[in-house]
Design a binder for this molecule. Structure first.
Ligand SMILES: *Cc1c(COP(=O)(O)O)cnc(C)c1O
Length: 645
């Protein structure tokens, strides 16, 4: 083996799964739940009876394939949801014990973050041991809570805009023995609550949502601050106190609530919010209200990129710090005013469910900027001048003149396109121009790898020549926040981690919408514009996963291009390499999504059959072919909306 070959093979051999873990940042964002096994497959780690166990995601995928379940699949891992609920309660309870705090921690789950039946069922089942409650922000969500929440100690928090029907149901919940709070979102709700509680003879538990002046930075900052949409101003709260006092109902006012936004990345914003809310709580208590609960809303962030910073997709604090800081501030603020410690409610949604779900999909195609090498010299007689210039540019390209050559290449390419538009360049010459241009770009990107200081203009050239991996999913249906607010999620291959990924790719979905792409990826320091990926192998599926998608993605998604709900699979890990398929929920069929936009399968079939009859009449098809064509149509209606192999 020659020296150079030896060096190359060493480099190959030195690829390890540890390097793959580092490349994709698994230990950073995975929080111990995810790792790469010696087989080079992504595995899920959890504890069963205090023993660490793991299951390979590829094993779960083969189980799906055997059962004939098609990609894309939204995989839910019940163990991870349970673990996150435990983590929140254990962290608060530890902070409570270490500080001598006298109240309790009463977590609630805000239904809007993921309303799916399986999710609420698991939260109420597993959360019962901690008296974990629910938060409802609309009538429909209240209906869910009223039927799913069985624990009389757990809190049921009613937020949101309320009509009489909503208020009546909340009052009945109290009458039935649930620990239900009607939280005033608007001052206009108060007279209705007073009137209906009198008429029904049910004593309400009232809360007020306050607009804090404290604000959190980030996407959702508008939830807080003086101009926030929801909640009462301080003077409105005084109005509420006076009104309740005059009605002899001040003892019904028991809870103070605020919510300054989701994904609060900076612990300082959390501390400021709690501090201000505690002062308000203390003052309301001093007014003579029967204050017992302080509800700090949501906001506990998820470290999607694993950077532990106040970057929008991260957070600069741990769950433990979050809990300790809250307890510390509540104690210090209230003790100064001699107010008894309240029970602390938080409405953590994102942090509770994000880890729970993974979107799995297969890659249908890898499309490369893959130009055939150029000949030594351009053939032909009448070579257009700019084409020859472009070719000479390629020939003369060296590491020393990349910036200048790049500018010139763009110039000549634009000139050629101009000629083409005016009918002065043939289709074949235009193709030659494209080929030379991309050869120049490829050569420049190869040079860029060798130089230390990359010119600013050329920084993103890598993205321009990234491969496009076509994924069998719809961004709009399954990952709406990538499209709507450019959220980042960890994305990586599920397998093949013993092989070094040698390509750089961006991901396109199958909607054929130019917005249906993922071209920003997590990075410890910034954002990456392409993702290291493996080359596709013939006759072998390549599976990618998008992680931490349990929060907000499912019901925000839409039916763009009529790609419907994906298949959903719930799995519970029961031991080392052991798991149960708990529940399978089939995704939308084509007929399902068509019915959402007003087409009915029966009617469509009738129309189609008429068309077939017509074709028989005019002799386009033989009668014997009728069955085959109609079957194809009807099978299509029953089929999955995604690409089926
Ligand atoms: C959305 C929302 C939450 C959930 O916030 P997360 O940041 O997901 O924890 C909690 N409370 C209210 C009032 C909300 O509107």
């Amino acid at each position: 083996m020659g020296l150079q070959n030896k060096a190359a093979s060493d480099r190959l051999n030195s690829w390890t799964v540890a390097k793959a873990e580092e490349l994709y940042g698994v230990p950073n964002w995975g929080k111990g739940y995810f790792s790469i096994s010696d087989k080079g497959e992504l595995s899920i780690n959890t504890q069963i009876d205090d023993k660490n166990v793991s299951v390979s995601l590829m094993e779960i995928i083969s189980g799906m394939v055997e059962r004939g379940m098609n990609m894309p699949v939204l995989l839910r891992l019940a163990n991870l949801l349970d673990a996150q609920i435990s983590k929140l309660h254990n962290s608060f309870n530890a902070a409570i014990q270490n500080s001598g705090f006298k109240g309790r921690f009463m977590g609630v789950y805000p239904i809007k973050v993921n309303q799916q039946h399986q999710v609420i069922e698991e939260i109420t089942r597993y959360g019962a041991q901690y008296h974990h409650g629910l938060e409802a922000g609309s009538k429909a969500e209240l209906m869910i809570a009223l039927s799913m929440l069985k624990d009389p100690e757990a809190c049921l928090i009613c937020n949101g805009y309320k009509d009489e029907e909503f208020i009546d149901l909340a009052l009945y919940a109290t009458q039935l023995g649930l620990n239900c709070f009607v939280v005033l979102e608007m001052i206009s709700e108060l007279p209705m609550i007073i009137r209906r509680s009198r008429e029904l003879g049910i004593k309400p538990q009232i809360g007020v949502r306050v607009k804090l002046s404290a604000k959190a930075s980030g996407h959702w900052s508008e939830s807080g601050g003086d101009r926030s949409l929801f909640g009462l101003t301080i003077s409105e709260i005084i109005e509420v106190i006076d009104k309740l006092r005059s009605e002899g109902m001040l003892d019904s006012l028991k809870l103070l609530h605020y919510h300054i936004g989701s994904q609060i990345t900076n612990i300082r914003d959390i501390r400021t919010g709690v501090g201000e809310a505690c002062q308000i709580y203390a003052e309301i208590a001093l007014e003579g209200a029967n204050m017992q609960y302080i509800d700090l809303g949501g906001g506990l962030a998820v470290d999607y990129d694993g950077s532990k910073t106040n970057f929008p997709s991260s957070r600069n604090y741990s769950v433990r710090e979050y809990c300790e800081d809250i307890i510390e501030i509540v104690i210090s603020t209230l003790e100064e005013k001699n107010i008894p410690h309240p029970h602390i409610v938080t409405e953590s949604g994102r942090a509770t469910v994000a880890y729970y779900s993974i979107l799995l999909f297969n890659v249908l195609e890898q499309c490369r900027v893959h130009e055939q090498p150029l000949p030594e010299k351009l053939e032909g007689n009448d070579i257009p001048e700019h084409l020859q210039n472009l070719f000479d540019l390629f020939k003369g390209l060296t590491i020393k003149n990349i910036q200048e050559s790049y500018n010139d290449a763009i110039y000549y390419k634009d000139e050629l396109y101009q000629l083409f538009r005016h009918g002065k360049l043939s289709l074949r010459d235009r193709a030659k121009g494209d080929r030379i241009f991309w050869n120049i770009i490829l050569k420049i990107t190869q040079f860029l790898k060798k130089i230390k200081k990359i010119p600013v203009e050329l920084e993103e050239l890598d993205t321009a020549i990234s491969d496009i991996y076509y994924g069998n999913f719809s961004l709009f249906q399954s990952l709406p926040d990538i499209w709507a607010i450019e959220q980042l999620f960890p994305i990586m291959p599920i397998h093949r981690h013993k092989e070094e990924p040698t390509s750089q790719g961006i991901i396109a979905d199958i909607t054929c919408d130019c917005d249906g792409k993922i071209h920003k990826f997590i990075d410890l320091h910034d954002v990456k514009h392409s993702l290291p990926l493996h080359d596709l192998k013939p006759n072998e599926e390549y599976y990618l996963g998008v992680f931490l998608v349990g929060a907000y993605q499912e019901t925000l998604g839409d039916l763009h291009n009529l790609l419907g709900d994906t298949n959903v699979l719930s799995v519970r890990i029961t031991g080392q390499d052991e798991f149960d398929f708990v529940r399978e929920q089939e995704g939308d069929s084509v007929a399902d999504v068509l019915s959402y936009v007003g087409y009915y399968a029966k009617q469509l079939s009738i129309e189609f059959k008429n068309k077939v009859e017509q074709a028989i009449k005019t002799g386009r098809i033989a009668v014997a072919e009728r069955r085959k064509i109609i079957n194809a149509y009807e099978n299509g209606l029953r089929g999955y909306t995604y690409f089926e192999r």
